[in-house]
Design a protein around this ligand. Sequence first.
Ligand SMILES: Nc1ncnc2c1ncn2[C@@H]1O[C@H](COP(=O)(O)OP(=O)(O)O)[C@@H](O)[C@H]1O
Ligand SMILES: O=P(O)(O)OC[C@H](O)CO
Length: 495
Amino acid sequence: MTYILAIDQGTTSSRAIIFDGDLRPMASAQQEFTQHFPHSGWVEHDATEIWESVLATSRKAIEKAGIAASDIAGIGITNQRETTLVWDRETGEPIHKAIVWQDRRTAEYCRQLREDGFEETVTARTGLLVDPYFSATKLRWLLENVEGAREKAEAGKLAFGTIDSWLIWKLTGGKAHVTDATNAARTMLYDIAKGRWSTTIAEKLGVPMGMLPEVKDCAAEFGVTQPDHFGTEIPILGVAGDQQAATVGQACFKPGMLKSTYGTGCFALLNTGDQMVRSENRLLTTIAYQLDGKVTYALEGSIFIAGAVVQWLRDGLKIIEAADQTQSLADAADPEQEVIIVPAFTGLGAPYWNPDCRGAVFGLTRNSGPAEFARAALESVGFQTRDLLEAMQADWSDDARPTLRVDGGMTASDWAMQFLSDILGAPVDRPKVLETTALGAAWLAGYKAGLYPEPEEFAKSWALDRNFIAQMTEERREARYAAWKKAVQATIAAV
Ligand SMILES: Nc1ncnc2c1ncn2[C@@H]1O[C@H](COP(=O)(O)OP(=O)(O)O)[C@@H](O)[C@H]1O
Ligand SMILES: O=P(O)(O)OC[C@H](O)CO
């Protein structure tokens, strides 16, 4: 019993990684799945396809590692957050495709909630803002729009879950309907101070309480896998939303520690310890992790488009064939030109929260070409992170600007990381292990299994790959940032 299976169920793919007794990755498998876009601004996933991809990649990772499933001490699950699913408790079948976190279909209903003055109630309890991003209004949409759903839900026949709940339900053969505190915190239905579902919000949105899963610590007994899946029973011992798992994987265990993950989007989490810091700058208050019944809180800044802007250069503009070509293009860009891309492709997240604005490009000349676009794309991620950090600094009274620990696919770009450090005027640390999300989930499960050390000891194993130090002059930094702020204001004003 010396291995851990980490399942990382992301927005575009499912990954499974086997970690050994020293928390070293041994083998992994990855599978993409279909993205469904039934209408503009709508994004759905087929939950059965997700489950099949998780089972297949888990089996493959075990096979590649050359270990027996009976030697796995526990499973850790981490997942795309907020994505909303309802299934029939009797048949185990989803009543509709899962509505993905990026989906904006409930924007109008959210506007109504805000006009009704309900946002204050939501923020006081959940730490969130009223936005289509979170699960609650998506769940309401399913109850309103799927025939017979409301009656069945009221009769206790339907279960709601985020993707972690769904996977646990499937892994345990329908025996467990549970989630963890970090995933619950993203539903807009969970009171993060009291540690229980909010009846006030559930009633207002017409969500029957009986649909909601039981909420546990991140390291806990979530259930045991049905023997059919892996030929043996394996306990599920760790669960956390992917951004929270990355916070754990980056060993951000102390108040003031900050990580930022650059995948499709970018999510920065600042550990605020046992303080539930209420943002005055439109950041989210959320749960970083919950261990042994003790909640550690975080301030979160969520940006919807980070690496996705590089995908747009590749798939939309077709000016690159692979993401890493942006590096040499950015190097070759004309220093005289100041092209700025505001990548508000699906509106803007924190700290603007504007679902209606769309992307814009500023400063074009007749000489602007692929190099200037590539540089502007990489820079847009740095500028957006500075917006988040400005807001965090204003909310978090600590004087010291924390070092930023980064991870995710886009951190492979040295150019983007150097600009990030330049525009923040702060150091950026890139660790050796970039699979921090899976690492965090593995640690949670292995910690519960008694295989891995206490947080302080685990934190010592965090190893630096490269430290980026700001090289830009203060004057230039502030001039560039002021130009970005102007570009954002113009983008919002154009709606
Ligand atoms: N060398 C690179 N330079 C710039 N962007 C990159 C580079 N490598 C990967 N990316 C970007 O990183 C993202 C993939 O990161 P990943 O962590 O796998 O994302 P996710 O988990 O959201 O699917 C893609 O959007 C891609 O455009
Ligand atoms: O699956 P990712 O890495 O794109 O992360 C998605 C976030 O959890 C959304 O809140």
